[in-house]
Design a protein around this ligand. Sequence first.
Ligand SMILES: *Cc1c(COP(=O)(O)O)cnc(C)c1O
Length: 435
Amino acid sequence: MKLYSTNNKNHFVSFKDAVFNSLPLDKGLYMPEIIPQLTPSFIDTIQDKSLQEIAFEVASTLLKDEIPAADLKTIINEAINFDAPAVKLDENTFVLELFHGPSLAFKDFGARFMSRVMGYFLRADEKLLDVLVATSGDTGGAVALGFLNVDNTRVTILYPKGKVSEIQELQLTTNGHNIRAIEIDGTFDDCQALVKQAFGDAELNAKLRLTSANSINIARLIPQTFYYFYAYAQLKKQGFTDVIFSVPSGNFGNIGAGIMAYKMGLPVKQFIAATNVNDTVPRFLKTGIYEAKPSVQTYSNAMDVGAPSNWVRIMDLFGEEAAQLKSIISSESFTDEQTFASIIEIFDKYNYVACPHTAIAYLAIQNYRAEHPKNQSATVFLSTAHACKFPDIFPKNIAEKIEIPVQVSELAHKAKLVDNLGIDFEGFKNYLLNR
Ligand SMILES: *Cc1c(COP(=O)(O)O)cnc(C)c1O
């Protein structure tokens, strides 16, 4: 698989280079030169396959020239070692639970796969890989747990002091081994600025092999296609022939992977990109004008993105066919009040606790069904995180019903390991060089 930059389609890099560069220098995003097709027999028999079997077939269709089959199988089996069940709520409404990994969010798919792909390429090249990541909460946990004990890697996580939730902090700080966490006396933006400055620092780059575990890395996108195929497999087993996916969207990586799956041959009738009031994409699809805005804080904070970075990938997948894009993707935005009401509705109707991001995807499904009363397709909304990660949002009667998974209850007994730094770059640089 060769990859080009969305800003320059004549310049190609190998998959390995795309993974370690993360971003092309021209600030585009890497995209595969060719989107390969799954075979018809794969789709015909998909209902009999496990998530891991599906993941392997999809991954090898993309990466067979990059990673030998046996190694790819090992990577998949280590990375995707948890389930993604499509839970039935009523006749044709399903919630695809993507939160059964170690950090309790769908980002585990991307982070675990990417970390093992990097580990695989590092076997032939022994210089320690230093992964730097700034987090406002969720990404750091997925990356930390994804890289934990991956040989030849060391992860440094920066997070803003006092600004991540209790569970998130435990996920960041209780790992030890090759993971270290730094509490920065500042905001998320300060954390991100320190990481950016490190990547631009000549001395650091001469002495260390730095990489970012950024969410736009192509190795995070690929594994997110797996669960779209697997969702389809589960629904096909129950007699459905096509599917409508509603995806809670922030940076549009998750839905971007769904559209890549569609372009690889997955039968999807409609994608709905559900956003909070950070509505750059829904506005664009309505007006044709793309205008990024500063992000606004909401209950669904992992989707507080004013300039969704993966949108260019989606545009790129459709190229000149803008009309096709507009017919397969619709998009709607919802307020915090609507999100809160949705959480209550899902609980009252189905005795199910949805996190705020998930509740927004449910609302978009409700609107779709109101507009298409004769719809017979399966409607699936993606649940991107476990509700226990957002304890402050729920009314008391619902909060009491949230079951705490073992991944979290185990953390409470572990010691927090954390270093403290201010926001000056020299302090951070010294830390990287000397600790
Ligand atoms: C990251 C995240 C999202 C947004 O996903 P994108 O791929 O950025 O669109 C939604 N929900 C949760 C819980 C997340 O952590």
